[in-house]
Design a protein around this ligand. Structure first.
Ligand SMILES: Cc1ncc(COP(=O)(O)O)c(C=O)c1O
Length: 329
């Protein structure tokens, strides 16, 4: 399977916001989107997006994972950027229509169809640095993606960075392009210098998240992760894992912890990153102040595997959808 995110379905769906209202969405062949060089997004980064998956089950129908929660998160991102807020029913229908159109392109589980709603400010105004975009384009593209773990679960190595912030205080929980631009420099520097996979941003010692995934500590009986606040993205995978962990009898501890505490925990707890692309990925090593700390024995831990399997079972239909997370198409 091609590299994640490089192959696209041949249709996409889009809707314009002009004169204070959303125009009817159009499903059409995918292609370039015409944009004026003065478009707000190109200058002032008025953009947010979502990322989630649809799975094709043996019955030939597709199931979209946590569609309505992702639509709600997109609305929250749009509001924080003062972009026109997509109507929830309209956006959900855009996604469903696209999945229905491309259903034959969805590979068998654990592969899936990755869905990427995107909202951009299109008003032609380079004088609007301190003004919202009054026009916008909302579109959804789809990309068939393989299983992240197809070549076996590898443990990740993370740099603990207690100096840099991943993004600004006001945009921590907004899924906006600028956050990824902000994290890119420190992440590339860390890869080059320490050979790590990702940076775990821990400004002032507060363990937050990596550039594109949440961070969890997991033992035989508890899961620890930072409680929801405005500093980090409220991952749907994080939420799903916490709920499944509670169902399985784990104690869920949503609480702040420091780098010092984290380095104590790695002898007793597994560490993992959660996100749509990689579901739950084991972390085997942390680098801090030039020193390497192995997480337990450095191998993928049994509790991480168990929780990932529980999530995948809901997604592929081998376990019941007790929480109502799936939308059938
Ligand atoms: C910054 C950031 N944190 C966490 C996540 C995980 O979120 P989710 O589980 O909803 O994919 C993502 C995923 O896109 C992300 O970009």
């Amino acid at each position: 399977m091609a590299q994640f995110g490089t192959v696209f379905c041949d249709h996409f769906v889009s809707a314009k916001f002009v004169e204070d209202s959303w125009q009817p969405p159009e499903l059409q062949p995918i292609g370039p989107i015409p944009m004026h060089p003065a478009a707000h997004v190109l200058h002032y980064a008025s953009t947010c997006f979502e990322g989630f998956k649809a799975y094709r089950w043996k019955d030939g129908k597709a199931r979209i994972y946590r569609l309505h929660d992702h639509v709600a998160r997109m609305q929250k991102s749009a509001a924080s950027l003062r972009l026109p807020i997509p109507d929830a029913d309209m956006l959900a229908k855009m996604v469903i229509d696209l999945v229905a159109r491309q259903i034959d392109d969805i590979p068998e589980p654990p592969s899936s169809l990755y869905l990427r709603p995107t909202l951009i400010g299109t008003v032609e105004n380079i004088g609007a640095a301190a003004a919202p975009s009054t026009e916008a384009l909302l579109y959804v593209i789809a990309s068939p993606v393989g299983d992240y773990f197809s070549s076996g679960a590898r443990t990740l190595k993370l740099l603990i960075d207690d100096q840099n912030v991943r993004t600004t205080a006001q945009l921590g929980s907004t899924k906006t392009g600028g956050n990824y631009a902000a994290a890119l420099g420190p992440t590339l520097d860390a890869k080059a210098k320490y050979g790590v996979d990702q940076v775990l941003f821990c400004p002032g010692g507060d363990v937050q998240e990596t550039g594109a995934a949440n961070f969890l500590l997991i033992s035989d009986d508890e899961v620890i992760t930072k409680p929801l606040d405005s500093s980090f993205l409220h991952g749907m995978t994080r939420d799903s894992i916490l709920r499944l962990a509670a169902d399985l009898g784990y104690t869920v501890n949503e609480r702040n912890f420091t780098v010092d505490e984290l380095l104590q925990y790695v002898s007793t707890h597994e560490a993992a990153l959660s996100g749509t692309a990689a579901t739950l990925s084991p972390v085997g090593c942390l680098v801090y102040n030039g020193e390497e700390f192995t997480v337990r024995d450095g191998k993928p831990g049994p509790n991480t595997e168990k929780l990932r399997a529980a999530l995948q079972a809901v997604q592929n239909g081998s376990a019941p959808d007790k929480h109502g997370w799936l939308t059938e198409v």
